[in-house]
Design a protein around this ligand. Structure first.
Ligand code: PGA
Length: 249
């Protein structure tokens, strides 16, 4: 059975005072849900040091082990600071930093080599959704960015429609269900049923307390990647509780 996961992505938000929000989540780590927070890299070491039981992750890594890459961070450095996961392929990185599927595959492999697990994001734009090319786009992203060697132990996939991120717009349960079923089928055709059945599939994009239970009831949704509503413990806690209460999909 896949362990459900509630992952928070703080993006470029948070300073030392924000660690109080993480401390406030402490009790949440005791349920059956794996709870993860990805603070900005500046807070990873301190966040991991709090020993809250909440897993700590990073939001990006470089694909090289070390070298002349001013301002970048290697997966090994993030692991050394206390990260257990790293997000790759977030649409904000694909857009703002021009990251290609090949870049994302390289970063994912670098993360694995450093012992990190990866939450790899895929998602269509509004234009692609309206053109009816969503599944084609997702298939191409999976093919190009998910490396060989993926397993339920090293990979989580997050489906994040770009038009739903930070907008308050959420796909219907049917649309989420269609995509998640498709992702699982695509993974199965490449890696086999056993591996595909072990990879957790998260939904991300405007998840909040008021819509979490409905999203978590969708088959093949194993949890959520949450942006805005992960910044405050009081917003994130009800989402984790909704996931704890959700049926196994
Ligand atoms: P949001 O962001 O929850 O603020 O929409 C989700 C994400 O980008 O991971």
């Amino acid at each position: 059975m896949r362990r459900k996961m509630a992952a928070g992505n703080w993006k470029m938000n948070g300073t030392q005072v924000s660690l109080a929000e993480l401390a406030a989540l402490q009790g949440m780590a005791q349920g059956t849900v794996e709870t993860l927070i990805c603070p900005p890299a500046t807070l990873i070491y301190a966040a991991a040091g709090l020993k809250t039981g909440i897993t700590i992750g990073a939001q990006d890594c470089h694909s090289a082990e070390s070298g002349a890459h001013t301002g970048d961070l290697s997966a090994g450095m993030l692991a050394d600071a206390g990260a257990a996961y790293v997000i790759t392929g977030h649409s904000e990185r694909r857009q703002d930093h021009g990251e290609s599927d090949a870049d994302i595959a390289a970063k994912t492999k670098a993360a694995w080599a450093a012992g990190l697990k990866v939450i790899l994001c895929v998602g269509e734009s509004l234009e692609q959704r309206e053109d009816g090319t969503t599944l084609e786009v997702l298939a191409a992203q999976l093919k190009g960015s998910v490396p060989d060697g993926s397993t339920g132990g090293n990979l989580v996939i997050a489906y994040e429609p770009i038009w739903a991120i930070g907008t308050g717009k959420v796909p219907t349960a049917q649309q989420i269900g269609e995509v998640h079923r498709f992702l699982r089928t695509e993974l199965a055709s490449r890696f086999g049923d056993d591996i595909a059945g072990g990879v957790r599939l998260l939904y991300g994009g405007s998840v909040k307390a008021s819509n979490a239970a409905e999203i978590f009831a969708v088959p093949d949704v194993d949890g959520a990647l949450v942006g805005g509503a992960s910044l405050k413990a009081s917003d994130f806690m009800p989402i984790v509780s909704a996931l704890n209460a959700a049926p196994n999909t």
